[in-house]
Design a protein around this ligand. Structure first.
Ligand code: NDP
Length: 282
């Protein structure tokens, strides 16, 4: 393997260490950062994510307030809870674990969160601020990708960045973040013609598709940086990314592994946003 491995686990651990120190400093000034975690229903994957987030909060000293609601909770009841959390001075961030049960309009719930507490960065105000280059909360997975690029000293100025996948939670925001750093950005999706040709031009490839190893190693330009956001479980139980890792690593200058790449960064950036919000507490 020629490429340097971009160790998301190690970077996440370093960032969490820094956050622990910052939380301690805030506590000494009488501010305990607080995250409200809202889970509706009992989707097993959501339960796992929520407990991982709560555990991560506890590790760095963030107070987390858990709100587990039954699946039959009405949209109105959930909106009332969000309204209370918006007013609660102990709460700096509100995280509503998605997906919500089908009878609840996710957009209406996200829109009800005070943008000052939108640590997931999904509120239209946060997305709008990102689009027009204003400060605001950045959504956690793309923000984690940017932190990784920064950490390896990858200056995006003038670089060709190819993002594969245009979802609202990864592809689109990461493309906007790269644009804000003066990259020339191409955003590819399922209707893109000749994906290989686009990827082959990229100095930086960011894959967020959700298809195991679909990005072939020989598409990668020699020396490119490859960030693989995809997490796919194969029939044999193995976890793989969206990039054919071994072949891509033979050509890339740096590449993220799956698991242990982007994955550990997502929750870390949630903690980061919560601490940032506590810092700005009115
Ligand atoms: P979505 O399913 O929402 O989006 C997938 C995107 O890939 C769509 O834009 C789709 O295009 C595009 N796509 C699908 N097939 C092709 C194709 N053949 N060629 C080019 N583009 C294609 O996925 P997410 O963005 O939510 O997630 C992507 C991956 O990242 C998943 O594996 C997910 O598990 C992982 N993930 C990891 C996180 C982490 O913490 N590390 C966090 C979030 C996601 P179109 O829009 O045209 O349909």
């Amino acid at each position: 393997m020629a490429a340097t491995l971009i160790d998301g686990k190690a970077l996440a651990a370093r960032l969490r260490q820094q956050l622990t120190t910052e939380v301690e400093e805030l506590r000494q000034r009488g501010v305990v950062p607080g995250l409200a975690v809202v889970l509706v229903g009992d989707d097993p994957a959501s339960r796992v994510y929520v407990s991982m987030k709560e555990k991560a909060c506890a590790q760095v000293g963030i107070f987390s307030a858990e709100h587990r609601l039954p699946a039959e909770t009405s949209q109105q009841q959930l909106l009332e809870l969000i309204g209370q959390l918006n007013q609660d001075r102990r709460i700096d961030g509100i995280l509503v674990q998605l997906p919500l049960p089908g009878h609840i309009d996710e957009n209406a719930i996200i829109a009800a969160i005070d943008p000052a507490k939108d640590v997931d960065g999904f509120h239209p105000v946060s997305v709008g601020r990102l689009a027009i280059g204003q400060p605001g909360f950045r959504s956690c997975t793309p923000f984690g990708v940017m932190k990784m690029l920064e950490d390896i000293g990858c200056d995006l100025n003038g670089k060709e960045v190819v993002v594969v996948g245009r979802s609202n939670i990864v592809g689109k925001p990461v493309a906007l973040m790269c644009l804000a750093q003066n990259a020339t950005v191409t955003l590819c999706h399922s209707r893109t013609r000749d994906l290989a040709a686009h990827v082959g031009r990229a100095d930086v490839v960011i894959a967020a598709v959700g298809r195991p190893e679909m990005i072939q190693g020989d598409w990668i330009k020699p020396g490119a940086v490859v960030i693989d956001v995809g997490i796919n479980r194969l029939a044999d139980g193995r976890l793989v990314g969206d990039v054919a890792f071994e072949a891509a690593a033979a050509r890339a200058s740096a590449i993220t592994p799956v698991p242990g790449g982007v994955g550990p960064m997502t929750i870390t950036m949630l903690l980061y946003n919560t601490v940032e919000s506590a810092r700005q507490r009115p």
